[in-house]
Structures are given as structure tokens and as C-alpha cells.
Design a binder for this molecule. Structure first.
Ligand code: 5GP
Length: 115
């Protein structure tokens, strides 16, 4: 894999971000261009490029990311009101950063179908 992604630079503190949670496997920080009053990104420290390229070796970290969404939702106080978690994958999915991340959108009513 080539150059560092923007998210690896955030993990390595080479560029600033507003971090709300971190542990040995992942980090969660506020999206720089929020699409809801609360917009967080949960990112594995191991660079998995996208969900379509994850392998069975990634099973534990993928589960950890999901439980981190739950943990952050409780920590930030929007678990009960509800929220949306999104993974964009590839061109049609609207993926911009080739480093797996789970969006958490909260504190407004979400619509369906999504845009
Ligand atoms: P994607 O479209 O790949 O699913 O989402 C990438 C997300 O990363 C976008 O919502 C974008 O606003 C966010 N993002 C891109 N660059 C930065 C950055 O430097 N800092 C932060 N906090 N978020 C970023």
C-alpha cells in the first residue's frame, strides 16, 4: 500500500482532529464536513481499504468497530434518540477516503431512502 491516508495522518497526530474516543484498535473523531449536528467517523488503526476488501482476518476488528459505534453513541448521549451508521464503499457508494470508516450521524431525523 502506498502513501498514508488522511485518516492515518490523524491517527499519527500529523494533522489535527477533534477526537472523541480512542483505544488500541480504533479512533473516533468529528467529521470535518458534518452532514448532521453530530457527525463522527470510527476508523480502524489497521488500514483496511474498504469493506469490500476486508478479509476473515479482519473479523475481530470489524466487530470491534460496531461495538465502538454503540459505545460512542452512549458516551455522546444520542444512543436512545437514535442515529444512523453508514459505510460508503467504492465510487457508487460515494467513498472519498480509501481507509475503512463508519460514519455516525445523529441529532436530526434521518430520511429514507438516502441520497
Ligand atoms: P467517505 O466519503 O469516504 O465515506 O467519507 C470521508 C469523510 O471524511 C467525509 O465525510 C469527509 O468530510 C471526511 N474528511 C475528509 N478529510 C478529513 C479531515 O482531514 N478531517 C476530518 N475530521 N474529516 C475528514
Amino acid at each position: 500500500m502506498s502513501d498514508k491516508t488522511i485518516f492515518e495522518m490523524i491517527i499519527d497526530r500529523e494533522i489535527p482532529s477533534d477526537i472523541v474516543y480512542e483505544d488500541e484498535q480504533c479512533i473516533c473523531f468529528r467529521d470535518i464536513s458534518p452532514q448532521a449536528p453530530v457527525h463522527l467517523l470510527v476508523v480502524p488503526k489497521k488500514r483496511i481499504v474498504r469493506i469490500a476488501e476486508a478479509t476473515s482476518e479482519d473479523q475481530a476488528v470489524l466487530g470491534h468497530l460496531m461495538l465502538t459505534v454503540q459505545k460512542v453513541a452512549q458516551q455522546e448521549g444520542f444512543a436512545e434518540a437514535g442515529f444512523r451508521t453508514v459505510i460508503n464503499n467504492g465510487p457508487n457508494g460515494g467513498e472519498e477516503v480509501p481507509h475503512l470508516h463508519l460514519h455516525i450521524l445523529a441529532e436530526r431525523q434521518m430520511l429514507w431512502p438516502p441520497g
